[in-house]
Write a protein that binds this ligand. Sequence first.
Ligand SMILES: Nc1ncnc2c1ncn2[C@@H]1O[C@H](COP(=O)(O)OP(=O)(O)OP(=O)(O)O)[C@@H](O)[C@H]1O
Length: 259
Amino acid sequence: MSDPILSGHQLTRWFPGRTHPALDGVDVTVRPGTSLGIVGESGAGKSTLLRQLLGVDRPTSGEIRFAGQPLDRGRHRAFRRQVQVVFQDPRSSLNPRMSVASIVAEPLRSLRIGTDRAARAERVAEVLTAVGLRPEDGRRYPHEFSGGQRQRIAIARALAPAPRILLADEPVSALDVSVRLQIIDLLKDLVDRLGLTLVLVSHDLAIVSQLCQEVLVMRHGRVVERGPTVDVLTNPAAEYTRALLAAIPQLPLDLMEEP
Ligand SMILES: Nc1ncnc2c1ncn2[C@@H]1O[C@H](COP(=O)(O)OP(=O)(O)OP(=O)(O)O)[C@@H](O)[C@H]1O
């Protein structure tokens, strides 16, 4: 088995004024080329865990390691290039005053990738095409796009610096039901095509079952169950997982296939 690319060891996170920790001794291991889903109800600690893996929030105790090294000095350039994120709501994550091309090029500028404007413009056109938009869409502004297209723009921005790891926090839950499947299919396709490592937070086990090989079930800041998604969904060990499963109207038909 390959070494983890990203891992968290005994992560605990207390927020001031709270009587319980948001994370309580969580271990998580992400191996290159795999996909991990983090599920649980609202308040379980999923987003807090993702923010730790992204290095934007520090654990009260415990350690994040990236490529075998502790991330204790903060997010160094290689980390910021290789670990990118897509958030839930593209409306608030895209600056309305910037053109799509500027938005997508932003990580290239801040990470000083690409020597000149022409090289950056070429990369922007490339990633817009990869997410199903047109290079000329770069001249337009976020409000001119639908919710699903705006999430495609956010995904293009995340892909621009050619990351190895894509973190996604509820990437389809702000979208109309009709476009959710399109974005799930796009993520699936990109992960396969680019060999990305995916860590996906979702309250929805059905979405995790479509995108992730492994799943980690959280409750009250702790991991209650983990394992291959197919095993956890077809034969859940924890009562809590069974309750989450019972809340899904119908599991996808392809559940038994490898995602
Ligand atoms: N900045 C903060 N200050 C205080 N408490 C916080 C903060 N961020 C999160 N919490 C608390 O930590 C706990 C875990 O929150 P978190 O957002 O990680 O859960 P979640 O599983 O992602 O839920 P949701 O699906 O609702 O986002 C909750 O009790 C939440 O209120």
